[in-house]
Design a protein around this ligand. Structure first.
Ligand SMILES: C[S@@+](CC[C@H](N)C(=O)[O-])C[C@H]1O[C@@H](n2cnc3c(N)ncnc32)[C@H](O)[C@@H]1O
Length: 279
């Protein structure tokens, strides 16, 4: 593969999955290795060398955190449905209780691909059977009415957990506001949102500058203004929601006993938020 070949946004899903498979003990994701392929391996090698070598652990810890949190709230909040917006190739349905209903949402091309592979792997026994509804949607387009009808017919007003990780970086403010309003529309009191995003201060780090150089040469987006960051206040000030947990790479490393090797400036520190609908 030539380095100047562009990585498409949906292809970042392969990169995320491969990172998770590189330390299964930390990520607790024993299925993401199924997505492994040579092209992604090459991206990953370059990415770890040119951007930040902590990225493997960052992605493993993110998966671990949300996996543990979803397991927890299934009990505390009686969650029955998990809706993953921009699900990419993540494997939560197969890692979580089989009683759950899973709604997997992403761009049509990734959803079609994921569904076709999952169907094959469930037939061969490589993946356990799960209740999954795949929905292809572009979150930067007009989707609300149709998606609302689809989700309502599946969810049937049952308690739900919404996950949005690795996606907001690629959306703009307006699209993000629309999405959170949409979450509010489909959720009831006691339902939860798990969200991952970067803070504005990330842009001052050397790791981010390296990322922009890497993406500039390798991804279709080029300028740093293309990448959305979100401040804590965005989550704190949501009228209908209460922020009940906030972690980042450093706190999760402590929690899951991962020893950080690099200095702060060389780490893409992602923040993780858990919101509970209060009214
Ligand atoms: C870095 S991947 C993360 C995937 C997954 N959430 C995970 O953590 O493994 C980003 C995902 O966001 C999806 N995405 C980006 N922009 C999108 C849009 N406008 N509509 C739907 N999905 C989008 C991509 O297709 C991709 O699967």
């Amino acid at each position: 593969m030539q380095k100047q070949e562009n990585i498409k946004i949906h292809e970042t899903a392969f990169v995320t999955s491969t990172f998770r498979s590189m330390n299964e003990n930390l990520s607790q994701d024993f299925f993401s290795k199924l997505w492994g392929n040579e092209k992604t391996e090459i991206w990953i090698k370059e990415y770890l060398k040119e951007v930040s070598s902590e990225e493997t652990f960052a992605h493993c810890l993110r998966n671990r955190y949300f996996l543990d949190k979803i397991r927890e709230v299934i009990k505390t909040n009686n969650i029955e449905v998990v809706i993953n917006f921009g699900c990419g190739l993540s494997m939560y349905p197969f890692l979580l209780d089989e009683k759950l209903v899973n709604i997997e949402i992403d761009k049509a091309e990734i959803i079609e691909y994921k569904k076709s592979k999952v169907d094959i792997w469930q037939t061969t026994g490589a993946l356990p059977k799960r209740n999954i509804h795949f929905i292809g949607v572009d979150l930067s387009k007009d989707y609300e009415q149709k998606l609302l009808a689809k989700i309502n017919s599946i969810k049937n007003n049952r308690p739900c957990f919404i996950l949005i990780e690795g996606v907001l970086f690629f959306l703009n403010k307006e699209e993000t506001n629309k999405l959170f309003d949409f979450f509010n529309l489909i959720q009831n009191q006691g339902d939860l949102i798990g969200s991952a995003s970067f803070q504005e201060s990330l842009k001052e780090t050397l790791a981010f500058k390296k990322l922009i150089i890497f993406f500039g040469g390798n991804v279709s987006k080029t300028g740093e203004s293309d990448y959305q960051t979100i401040q804590d206040e965005y989550y704190r000030k949501r009228k209908e929601y209460k922020l009940i947990d906030h972690q980042d790479y450093f706190s999760l490393s402590k929690k899951y006993e991962h020893k950080i090797e690099l200095e702060k400036d060389l780490i893409l520190n992602e923040n993780f938020y858990l919101l509970e609908k209060s009214s």
